[in-house]
Ligand binder design. Structure first.
Ligand SMILES: Cc1cc2nc3c(=O)[nH]c(=O)nc-3n(C[C@H](O)[C@H](O)[C@H](O)COP(=O)(O)O)c2cc1C
Length: 221
């Protein structure tokens, strides 16, 4: 028998599933953006923190996968799924070389997952400016000060840089976006919705983009 640490909960029993009651099935849809909006709204009502957090998977120059969390900041069929970051970060370099990525949401309280694959484009400078201006002044200063993903000698060096940039702007709210920071848009080619069901008989609905429409199919769990 394998030695399972106590920190790993055991698989749910029949009684556990009965106690939790029925889980919903995923509705049929030909518009994955509409369903994703509904699930994001549900997540916003149920998740304690960061309901728009999603894993962003990329590959580096050697084809080695990489993954990290970013926050979804915009969603529509024209611009896809938008997130903001440092263009000179590790993910920025990876996306410049391979402008394809995958996203994955997991909402634990709802027992739902959404997986998305697609191509990547930068947001327009106007879109990035508009989002940057919505951020708190200190968050804008942090974005200017951070050489995201590159080595930091110690925290004091960063604090010093933040203090210097803060002193330039003082109480001025007009803090312009640095060129190294902005948005990306993932244009989905595939979106899969996943809803947990009792006894691991999960429900999966996959939509694949086909010219201007989406073809849907159910998948085995
Ligand atoms: C909940 C959460 C939200 C995050 N949101 C972002 C984000 O929107 N943009 C970003 O650049 N990093 C965000 N991060 C930090 C990234 O996960 C990551 O540490 C950073 O972007 C550097 O990644 P890279 O070195 O692969 O480029 C977030 C982390 C967490 C845990």
């Amino acid at each position: 028998m394998t030695n399972v640490p106590v920190s790993i909960p055991r698989s749910p029993s029949a009684a556990d599933y009965t106690a939790e009651g029925d889980r919903p099935l995923i509705p049929e849809t030909s518009d994955p953006f509409e369903l994703l909006e509904i699930w994001l709204k549900d997540a916003n009502e149920h998740e304690p923190n960061d309901s728009t957090a999603m894993s962003l998977a990329t590959v580096d120059a050697d084809g080695m996968p990489d993954v990290r969390i970013v926050l979804l900041r915009g969603l529509n069929p024209l611009d896809g799924l938008q997130f903001y970051t440092n263009y000179e970060s590790a993910k920025g370099a990876q996306l410049a070389a391979h402008p394809k990525a995958a996203l994955c949401f997991h909402w634990k309280s709802l027992r739902r997952q959404v997986r998305i694959r697609g191509t990547i484009r930068k947001s327009t400078p106007e879109q990035s400016d508009a989002y940057f201006q919505q951020r708190a002044p200190q968050s804008r200063i942090a974005a200017i000060a951070s050489d995201q993903s590159r080595p930091l000698e110690n925290r004091d060096v960063f604090n010093q840089r933040v203090a210097e940039i803060s002193s330039i702007y003082g109480d001025d709210d007009d803090i312009p976006r640095p060129e190294h920071w902005g948005g990306y848009r993932l244009m989905p080619t595939e979106i899969e919705f996943w809803q947990d069901q009792a006894f691991r008989m999960h429900d999966r609905l996959k939509l694949v983009r086909d010219a201007e429409s989406w073809t849907q199919s159910r998948l085995y769990p």
